[in-house]
Every structure is written in structure tokens, then in C-alpha cells.
Design a protein around this ligand. Structure first.
Ligand code: PLP
Length: 430
């Protein structure tokens, strides 16, 4: 049972367990009101970049709060937003120079879709479809749900969602030998669609290198490079949803940097403020921006939010970028540490499809039940981990670790040791 005045997100209400009340966060630790301490192995819905209550960011926030907490962002601007836009675009492809601010990941995607759609309209073309990937998750607003993989999570809204054409996401894992063939099959499907119907597609949207909520499914850099080649050749926009992958998660500052790909639009959120405040941005190329550079009201992007470019969020973002830029080894080293830590776990019977992507490690548990979010094993593992001081939130039978970058090597080793023992116990029960 939750608080009588609160509706918890993503929760089946009847029979729900009482949420754990958190009192304090510090580094990798979350302290509950009853005194228990948990290692946050999932960066609290993938946002806590460096660690909880990071002192440098807390300081920057407190300074900014005394200076300017918020101001309307139409007709007004402020230094924190301008500096953050300069600093972020400095890390993006050379022709991606504009940021449109909003305040959560779904909205960053929603804005990207609206811009891509209108980009063609502004040039007198009406491109009627987006391409996206099976299993994708881009958020919970209508547009973001429309381009997400169709599932029980959005089924009730089916009639409200616009039509999208999906391609399989060519997921891979350690020791996978069939990936080249699977990638080429998807690329062939894409090329066929685009060559048969030039002028039909506004763009293609992908979670680059790793699909998050869809099951921490990893794809290869080569696939994204080929995707870029085809998108350029067939003249559609390439949209990257870097809401989860941005700001160091893939071991590079951005997934597109790691893959050496230059998308036309990039959705950013989650880690953008170091996990302190809701903030998001949609980055666009000069070519896309230029299509909106008009005095025609019909060619204008009529979109904005009350908290657009909130100065506190931007100040947190600047302090977080300082930390990322001065300590890149913090996020670069995690893939190696995961590989070491995972050695024991990966040898357990029923553990399969082990994969790594920068600061993220994941694997499947083979069970009698169906693959997916509602596989019971996830809740069992979550409960046992919680009893032993680990906050994990498996996606059904997909177990993953995505700790804050500040985790020390010995702390991660200890997480893996505990996880291995707990998995052994849970799996031997089955
Ligand atoms: N895009 C991706 C890749 C995500 O992982 C998420 C959230 O998990 C979203 C978009 C939606 O972000 P938000 O929950 O901030 O709306």
C-alpha cells in the first residue's frame, strides 16, 4: 500500500507492496528510514551519474538557487542554459549545434519526432511514417509510446497511437556468432523499404548501442554505421534516442561518439543533470534547424514547457559535465571492471547471453517461463538482493547492473560476489 495521496508510477496497484521510504542518498548508497542501507546498482532509474548527493553538484545548485531559480525561456535566456548548450554541443557531431530544452526523456523524444515531422513539411513534403525498432522504449507520452515497441504497457492506448514501421533490433552478446547475418538481414529490410517508397519515411529512430527497458539489448557499432550510410543514401533523418546512453553510460561520452556515427537529431535526458533535476534536450543539426529559420508562423516549431531550460537543472548539468570531463576514466573503466566481476556469474547454469556496454552489464536467466518483463524470476532475484543490501530491478529474466560511475572497484567486486551467491541460491530453488 502506498501513501493515501500518492499514485506510484509503473505499479500494479492492487497487492502492491508498501514502497520503501528513503531518507538519504550518498555516493552509491541509499539509506532507508528504517536504517537499512542499499547499494544502488541501477543508478535510480538510470539517472544518478556520479553518485547520490554529489557534493560538487549540490554546491552548484545551492549557488544557482540563490541567484536565479527559474525564468520564462521564451524571449528570455540565461547564462546557465547558454553555457550548458555550448558545452554539450561541443561534444556532439560538428554540425549538431542547436539544443531545444525540455524536461524529461519522453519529451526529448517527442520534440525530436515533431521536429523531424515538421522538417519535411517545411520543405513542402509530407512524409507519413517513422521507422523504429521492435522492443524499443522511448517514453510514455503519446508520440514516444507510438514509436516504442508495442506491448502490454501501451496496449490500452493502441487506438490513439500513430502507425510506425518496425525493424528487428539486431541484439548481440558475448560469443554470438550469427550477428553479422542478423544485422545484414535488418539492413536489407531497411534498404528495401526505403527504395520501394522514397518520400514515405520522415526518419528512423533508434536507441543506439543498447536498448534499455526493452531488455538491455546490445547492438554493434557496425550496425549503426551501416544505418547511417543507408539513411544518408536514401535521404531520411537519423534520430538517436540517447536518453539512457548519453553522458558516459556506454563508456564514451555518447553512444554516437563510441560508434563514430553522426545522427541528425539526438534526444538527451536522464544523466544530463547528473541525476539531480528533471532536464532534457533535443539536439539538432544545422540542416534541420535551417528548415525552421523562417518568419512564417506555419514553419515555426510551436512547442515549449513551463520548466524549459530551468536554470537549476542547467547549473546541475554544468557541474556534472565538469565531473565527466575531468574524470573520464570513471566511466571508461567500468566495462573492464564488469567483465572481471561477471566471470563467476557467467559460469552459473542458466545464465546466458552475457553482454557489456560501457557502464552497463546484463544477462538472461533461462527459465521455464516466458522471456520478458513478467517472468517471475525477476521479482525473486530483486527480493533476495534487497534482503542483502543490493538495489537491483531486473527486467523480468534480464538481470542488469548499471551503477553510478563513482563506484570503486572493490565495491563492484563485492556486489558481484553477493549477486553470484544469491543467484546460486535462487536458481537452485527452481
Ligand atoms: N528513452 C529511453 C531510451 C529511455 O530509457 C527512457 C526512460 O527510461 C525514456 C526515453 C523516457 O524517459 P523519461 O522516463 O524521463 O520520460
Amino acid at each position: 500500500m502506498s501513501h493515501p495521496n500518492i499514485w506510484q508510477p509503473f505499479t500494479i496497484l492492487k497487492g502492491a507492496q508498501e514502497p520503501l521510504r528513503v531518507q538519504k542518498g550518498e555516493g552509491i548508497w541509499i539509506t532507508l528510514e528504517d536504517g537499512r542501507r542499499l547499494v544502488d546498482c541501477i543508478s535510480s532509474w538510470w539517472v544518478t551519474l556520479h553518485g547520490h548527493a554529489q557534493p560538487e553538484i549540490a554546491e552548484a545548485l545551492s549557488r544557482q538557487a540563490r541567484e536565479l531559480e527559474h525564468v520564462i525561456f521564451a524571449n528570455f535566456s540565461h547564462r546557465p542554459a547558454e553555457q550548458l548548450a555550448e558545452r554539450i554541443t561541443g561534444h556532439l557531431p560538428p554540425d549538431v549545434n542547436r539544443l531545444f530544452f525540455s524536461d524529461n526523456g519522453s519529451t526529448a523524444v517527442e520534440v525530436a519526432l515533431k521536429i523531424a515531422w515538421q522538417y519535411w513539411k517545411n520543405q513542402g513534403e509530407s512524409r507519413q511514417r517513422f521507422l523504429a525498432f521492435e522492443g524499443a522504449y522511448h517514453g510514455d507520452t503519446m508520440g514516444a509510446m507510438s514509436v516504442g515497441g508495442r506491448s502490454v504497457f501501451n496496449q490500452v492506448f493502441e487506438d490513439l497511437l500513430f502507425d510506425v514501421e518496425y525493424l528487428p533490433y539486431p541484439e548481440t552478446w558475448e560469443g554470438d556468432e550469427g550477428i553479422l547475418e542478423r544485422e545484414d538481414r535488418v539492413l536489407g529490410m531497411l534498404d528495401e523499404k526505403l527504395s520501394k517508397n522514397p518520400g514515405r519515411y520522415a526518419g528512423i529512430l533508434i536507441e543506439p548501442l543498447i536498448q534499455g527497458a526493452g531488455g538491455m539489448r546490445v547492438c554493434r557499432e557496425r550496425f549503426l554505421q551501416q544505418l547511417q550510410l543507408i539513411s544518408r543514401e536514401r535521404e531520411i533523418l537519423l534520430l538517436f534516442d540517447e536518453v539512457m546512453t548519453g553522458f558516459g553510460r556506454t563508456g564514451s561520452l555518447f553512444a554516437h561518439t563510441r560508434a563514430n556515427v553522426q545522427p541528425d537529431l539526438i534526444a538527451l535526458s536522464k544523466g544530463i543533470s547528473g541525476g539531480f533535476l528533471p532536464l532534457a534536450a533535443t539536439a539538432v543539426s544545422d540542416t534541420v534547424y535551417d528548415a525552421f529559420y523562417t518568419d512564417d508562423p506555419m514553419g515555426t516549431l510551436w512547442h515549449g514547457h513551463s520548466y524549459t531550460a530551468n536554470p537549476l537543472g542547467c547549473a546541475a548539468g554544468l557541474a556534472s559535465l565538469d565531473l565527466l570531463e575531468s574524470n573520464p576514466e570513471r566511466f571508461q573503466r567500468l566495462e573492464g571492471l564488469h567483465r572481471e566481476g561477471m566471470q563467476g556469474v557467467s559460469k552459473l547454469p542458466n545464465v546466458e547471453r552475457v553482454r557489456f556496454m560501457g557502464t552497463i552489464a546484463a544477462f538472461q536467466i533461462k527459465t521455464e517461463g516466458m522471456d520478458g518483463y513478467f517472468n517471475e524470476i525477476g521479482s525473486q532475484i530483486k527480493a533476495r538482493c534487497m534482503d542483502h543490501g543490493l538495489l537491483l530491478r531486473p527486467l523480468g529474466n534480464t538481470v542488469y547492473l548499471m551503477p553510478p560511475f563513482g563506484i570503486e572497484p572493490d565495491e563492484l567486486t563485492s556486489v558481484y560476489r553477493r549477486l553470484e551467491a544469491l543467484l546460486e541460491e535462487v536458481l537452485s530453488r527452481d
